[in-house]
Design a protein around this ligand. Sequence first.
Ligand code: GLC
Length: 691
Amino acid sequence: MMISNQRFSPLLFLLFSFCTVFGSDRPWQSVGPVTQVKKLSNGVELQAGKAAIRVTATSDSIIRVRVAPGGVFPADRSWAILPEALPEAPRVNVVDSPRAVEFSIASGAVRVQKSPLHVQFLDVAGKLLESDARPIAFSGAAFRIWKQLPTDEHFYGLGDKAGPIDRRNETFTMWNTDMYGWQESTDPLYKDIPFFLTMRKGISYGVFLDNAYRSSFDFGRGERDIYSFGAEGGELNYYFFFGPEPKKVLQSYTALVGHVPLPPLWTLGFQQSRYSYFPESRVREIANTFRERNIPADVIYLDIDYQKDYAPFTIDTGKFPNFQGMIRDLGQQGFKVILITDLHIKKQTGYKPYDEGLAQDNFVKAADGSVFVGKVWPGDSVFPDFTLERVRRWWGTLYRDFLDMGVGGFWNDMNEPAVFERADKTMPLDNRHRTDWGVTLPHTAVHNVFGMENARATYEGLLRLHPNERPFVLTRAAYAGAQRYAASWTGDNTSSWNHLRMMTPNLLNLGLSGYPLVGADIGGFAGSPPPDLLTRWIELGVFTPIYRDHTTKGTADQEPWVHGPEHEAIRRRYIELRYRLLPYIYTGVEQTTRTGIPLMRPVFLEYPQDERFYTEQDTAFLDEYLFGRDLLIAPRVTEMLDPLQINIPPGSWYDYWTGEKVQGGSVKLTPALDSLPVFVRGGAIIPQQPL
Ligand code: GLC
């Protein structure tokens, strides 16, 4: 347990600019009381002993807090925030009184209590929304922020995390990690987004810790009435977003870190993948089978086995004797091909990407200045330093041949970055990255953004090569802002009912983290799903943004037609439903590109006043969600025989299948295997197209 620093007298605070917080896992030095106040046009700069604290308004609903323990703020740099997202800051009127200094913006107010130094946020009526529970503290390069935790506050976001939708009573680490076979309690996973939003009595606020170092969040697990967050290095720099509506919080956050670009329509169709379809004849067979069986599909993925010795941007002509012809023929059948192109470059003289990259000094360096070599699929590999603009440009040129052949999109995997045969699964923390900022940073500062910069290099490269086509990139690793460049999926899940169930909270939280274009491997990656599970997964996948069936090597076939005619008929009907709904889906995604509000959204995003949809007790077994504003989805995601208890949101709702009006605030259903309960909001227009 921690001993509160309030046991020290104010005099001691004045004598020492910091004081020690005992009993934690590390000796924290707390920032002392405010000793000086300097008013700024858009906020205030405070002195607290040696530390400087800058609290400023960046818009009429966002407050930024920066703390420099030594009094000097570092250069203002962000991987996530778009420079154009912070136009002119509002002017504020700072009120300085003996106990506190405060100012208001249109959506609320911020107050800094001077001793002990607590930052507090208030709503427009002056009611406390969020308050420091103890002063901010530092320990070497690390910092931590502690906030009061009301018993009925709920937390969402943080990107790619397993487990229940509500983050309360859990701790999380932000460190992009390759995690084959992850489970409910596995943390961290592939994507880390240090943004969360809250819900309490219909009111929401959000916090974005703009820091890409390894960070951690504790929502009341370590201490029951305190939540906290901090990072192991980098700047203490966070943004507070006022609601009161959760939609407004998400809109403000996504305006800051950017929106997903509109994807090509075909990427919203059904996608079929496996690790790996080969040889060429098998790929053609898969395409033909979809067409023969009249199962709509738009995409076939080629995983790493199409490459020569797993070297990206090569083709194994033994397995694919007429690669270009295959792309063309599949195109004539209405298929786009998406190719995997991992970021690691095989270390082999005579292989063009290696020779060129080496000659141009494009690869990440080890601490001793030599090119870092790590083992991945191709064996010894080197890694482009994606934090440099010139390297990103070069990487983009590697796509020319594939793009000119008519390849539809690209898949950037293993970009956490994953490195084999190392306990930490990634590159050494003291590897060096040269950046566009003119400073060389250790891997520890860059790790969480490396995958995003890889996806960025691909996206921007494709745009440069074919400026009139919307690129499609799929990335596994991401950080705040990566949605600007790529869609994503939840990595190596498992063919189990529990993984089907975990898909919904995971994808919902990605959407609430500003990452809306996401999906999970339908049917599960590790293992072979039993027939009912694959059928249920294909049904539910209709109502997820990226609809891709994928599985690993050595598993049973997982295409929709396996498991006999009865299952095939159900699966076909649902994939057809996806296609009928494409106008609704495409419209919804287009709205996301402007608002940041995801297609797949928790019910509370639309109905924040209805506490049934976010109070802990009820959400433990609540798998339902909204797909767009107007469709309520209530999936069967377990093998249990109990009927589904479906909470119906306020207003009139109708059964999508029967058109019957739902009576009352909830319904109980036991859906048969071929039935996924879907309800439509009264008054909605659901645009659909003929098959
Ligand atoms: C990783 C990916 C998986 C892919 C495999 C081979 O495990 O997560 O989707 O199939 O690598 O490329």
